[in-house]
Design a binder for this molecule. Structure first.
Ligand code: TMP
Length: 211
């Protein structure tokens, strides 16, 4: 079990309110219990530069921000995260668990924002050292379930319209259909039942067949 996850790059992603931050934390704890050396990060964030970019991106006052600015800022935070945190962890044979990644840019800016997924993927291929993880788990929830789970003052992305967030969900599902090493799970259930599904997928994953 320990060797299976060494140097593996696993992403949890999905629409706002899908529970991926909670599930990423539980997954990292489970991996630690299996004696796997694990590091987990959020994207955007986890570096000093990335956290500053995150604040710019999510500030509700920045209503003028265009989709192109958004996607370049998300990419900028991500390249920093790769260089400072992910690459060293993978090189040290740790398992890296990410809360969001390029799949979010495809669903939000590519699909909902209208920039186009193919163009996002092209940009990512040219600018990221490694665009795709070994495994991406999409936690799928309908719009209302996602909204019900949000708490606190909505950030700039959460404030976008229902129509936008509906397209985000469709974007994730479309991406999962066409991209390798993606699995979608129904994340409408309680925390424990979703965690069980995540672990089932992780245990069954055949990383030798990835890429
Ligand atoms: P979080 O609150 O789940 O960490 O994510 C921050 C917000 O940023 C969330 O609404 C999703 C959005 N987002 C994008 O629009 N594009 C991206 O590439 C990423 C990583 C997040």
């Amino acid at each position: 079990m320990k060797n299976k996850f060494s140097g593996k790059f696993i992403v949890l992603d999905g629409p706002d309110g899908c529970g991926k931050s909670t599930q990423a934390k539980l997954l990292a704890e489970w991996l630690k219990e299996q004696s796997v050396a694990v590091e987990s990060f959020r994207d955007p964030g986890a570096t000093a530069i990335g956290e500053k970019i995150r604040q710019i991106l999510l500030n509700p006052e920045h209503t003028a921000m265009s989709t192109r600015t958004e996607l370049l800022l998300y990419m900028a935070a991500r390249t920093q995260l790769w260089a400072e945190k992910i690459a060293p962890a993978l090189e040290a044979n740790k398992c890296v668990v990410l809360d969001r990644w390029l799949s979010s840019t495809c669903a939000y800016q590519g699909c909902a924002g209208g920039f186009g997924m193919e163009r996002i993927i092209k940009l990512a291929t040219d600018s990221l050292e490694r665009p795709w993880p070994d495994l991406t788990i999409i936690l799928d929830v309908d719009l209302q379930t996602g909204v019900n789970r949000l708490c606190g003052r909505p950030d700039r992305m959460e404030q976008k319209s229902d129509e936008y967030h509906q397209k985000v969900r469709e974007g994730f599902l479309e991406l999962a259909e066409k991209q390798k090493n993606f699995v979608v799970i129904d994340a409408a259930g309680d925390i424990e039942s979703v965690h069980k599904k995540v672990i089932e997928i992780i245990v069954q994953a055949d990383f030798n067949k990835c890429h």
